[in-house]
Each structure stands twice: as C-alpha cells, then as structure tokens.
Design a protein around this ligand. Structure first.
Ligand code: GLA
Length: 382
C-alpha cells in the first residue's frame, strides 16, 4: 500500500506541475499503553506503523503555494505572508499550521506545492494528523534547508495542532511518527522527550486493531478539558505535572477536588505506572502480565478517565470473553477509533469473525480489522 501511495502522489505531482517532487512517507502510530499520560509529562509506549501519509512536494515559482489532499479531493491556494487558521475540522489547518509555526521560529519558507494521500483511517486514533503535520514539516525542512532537527520538527507539528487545529495534544503522536523504528516500540519519557526502543516480537502472539468506525463529536473539547483538569490538579498538588504526583500526594488533597477529578488524577498516576510496568513485562517476556496491564488501562480510561464510549467498551468486552486475547484497550484520545488487542496468532481469524458479527448485530454497522507492521518514522523516499 505504501508503495502505491507514493507512486500515486508522484504521478499526480508530475501531471500537475511537470517537475520531479521530493517524496516523503510519514507513518501513523499505535500505542501499546500509556494513554493521556503524555501531556502529564509521563510515559507512553507507541510505535510507528506501515500506514501513513505519502506526500510529494516541490518549490513553486508562481508566487503562490498550493496543497492538494487527494483523499478529500480538495485543494487550496494560499499566500505565505497571510496565514490564518481555517474552519475547525478542516484539513488545511494541518498544513497551514505547520508553515505558520515554522515562520514563528524565524525560518524562511518559500512558495511550494504539496500533494498528499494516506491510508490511515481518519478518526481511528492512529494519528493521521501527526503523520500529515510531520510530512509537511519534514518536506519543507528538506526543500528550504531550514536546518531543523527532528525534535524541532515534532515541536512545530505539535504547535500547529495546538494553535491551528485547536487540540492541546501532548507529544506522543508526533514523536512516534517521526522517530519510529522498524519492529520496535518506543518507551518515551514525555518530559525529557527521549525514548528507549524495545524490539517487539510477541512470538505466537500479535497485535490486532479493531476500528469501531465511530468518532463521537466533542472529542476535541473533551480532550482539552481533560488536559486542563490535569494541569489544575498538578498546580493544587504543587508539582510541575501529574507525572510527579504520588498516590499519597493525591490523598492529601482528596477533600479539595471533585470525586471526578480525583478519579482522573488517580487514573493518570496509575496509567503512568502501567506504562513503566509494561516495559518491564516486555523485558521479562511476560505477555500475560502485559495483557493484564492493557486491560487495566482500558478500565481506567473507561471508568476513571471517562474517554471511552459504548462501541469501544463493547469491543473490549468481546476480547475479554476470548481467552486467546491477553489484553485489549481503546487506543488514542478516545470517544471512538480503534481498540488494540494482544492476541494469539492462530486465534486472529476466528476472533475477527466473531467480533465482527457481534459488533454488526449490536450497532448495526461494521467494525474494521487491521494488522499492522511496526515501521520506521518519517523519511524521504527515493
Ligand atoms: C491524542 C493526542 C496525544 C495523546 C493521546 C492520548 O492522540 O494527540 O498527544 O494525548 O491522544 O494518549
């Protein structure tokens, strides 16, 4: 699929502009565990995947810039000296936001044309947005010799998301997409923005994603609300971020926070610990332990942090009924998207069939099943 995407954007670029473009592939990500911990300066455990965005980009000498989203069959023309956020939810914000944030760093970007297409299902919780942002910043950095490091680039992508898209995201998605390593997951410390790569070989088990194919509205505002709740509780606790809080600290303010915020804080502290314990379980080759942590993560996200939804809870309940699934949980920001399942290899077919049937019966719509390979981060394609 990746090769087809690249061939396609290249052909479309040449057809439209008659010159050879630079080609970039920028992947989406999965996350094994550590959800809603990134903006609390905590630990996450993501990996880049073999689904992503292919972009063709080249300088433009026509005095304007253009961007063309092939999947949306939508194109825009814009002036670099007059960038503004567009309507909420529009794809343009990912592109324009990145350009604006590069300019905010006093770097000079010239006019360019970009054409892109992807195979990450949108709203799946697999970071199609970070993949797109990274492809743009990576392409512009190459094209205009901006001298940005990979770390600079992901911070620019994240700022674009904050200021143009309006989601106050953490750094996990942009990091995983940019720094991904083939066959590895990255235990990322979101405070130092440094990671340790773990080779992922689950032997007779594997990861399987199940997409609810729903994305409930208001998920962006709910996300921002969670983040600001975490920040105000950190302030109350007198710590820089919830990553620094302990269960004992939390007890000292119990009567000064709402029961809901108490549960949310408890979740963050516990989830951060689970991410660290998951790395230990991987080191020990203890997949049962890893699976239990993954189920624990879902319970916390659903009951304490309250970012799950009926469809996600249903898929995880289906997994729990199957002894060959060691762990399952919702993945990403929540309110829809995928579950990630750690499942015995020889059980995938039967589980895919039974879960698809049950989901269709319960919700009157189909879920989608994906198998992914862990892959390298944003890169130039020759
Ligand atoms: C979204 C955000 C990330 C992270 C996850 C939840 O994907 O973009 O920064 O907070 O949600 O873990």
């Amino acid at each position: 699929m990746k090769d087809e995407l690249i061939k396609d954007v290249k052909a479309r670029y040449i057809e439209a502009f008659g010159s050879e473009p630079l080609l970039i592939f920028s992947p989406g990500r999965i996350n094994i565990i550590g959800e809603h911990t990134d903006y609390n300066d905590g630990f996450v455990f993501p990996a880049a995947v073999d689904k992503g965005i292919a972009a063709a980009i080249q300088k433009s000498d026509t005095g304007v810039s253009t961007a063309h989203a092939l999947d949306m069959e939508s194109a825009i023309e814009f002036q670099l000296d007059n960038l503004k956020p567009q309507a909420e939810g529009s794809w343009e914000n990912y592109v324009l936001g990145v350009v604006a944030e590069i300019q905010n760093r006093n770097k000079v970007v010239g006019n360019f044309n970009i054409i892109f297409r992807g195979d990450i299902p949108s709203g799946a919780g697999m970071s199609s947005s970070a993949a797109l942002e990274n492809s743009v910043v990576f392409g512009l950095n190459e094209l205009f010799d901006l001298g940005l490091s990979k770390l600079d680039m992901i911070l620019i992508s994240q700022k674009a998301e904050h200021n143009y898209v309006g989601v106050k995201c953490g750094i996990m998605d942009q990091y995983a997409s940019m720094f991904g390593k083939k066959n590895h997951a990255l235990l990322l410390d979101c405070r130092t923005v440094k990671s340790k790569a773990y080779e992922i070989d689950f032997k007779d088990h594997q990861l399987m994603l199940i997409n609810t194919n729903v994305k409930h509205s208001l998920s962006d505002s709910a996300y921002n609300d969670r983040r600001s709740a975490c920040e105000s509780i950190a302030e109350l606790l007198g710590v820089k971020a919830l990553r620094d809080a302990t269960l004992i600290d939390l007890e000292t303010v119990k009567d000064r926070v709402t029961p809901e915020n108490y549960q949310k804080t408890l979740y963050v502290i516990q989830e951060n610990n689970r991410a660290i314990m998951a790395a230990k379980a991987l080191e020990d080759g203890d997949l049962e332990a890893l699976g239990k942590l993954i189920y624990g993560s879902h319970d916390g996200l659903s009951k304490q942090y309250k970012v799950s939804c009926e469809e996600l809870d249903f898929l995880v309940a289906q997994a729990r009924m199957n002894k060959q699934v060691l762990g399952a949980r919702m993945m990403g920001g929540g309110f829809g998207g995928c579950t990630i399942n750690l499942i015995e290899k020889n059980a995938t077919k039967a589980f895919a069939e039974s879960v698809s049937e049950a989901y269709l019966k319960a919700f009157g719509k189909a879920c989608s099943i994906y198998f992914i390979a862990l892959s390298e981060g944003t890169h130039l394609v020759n």
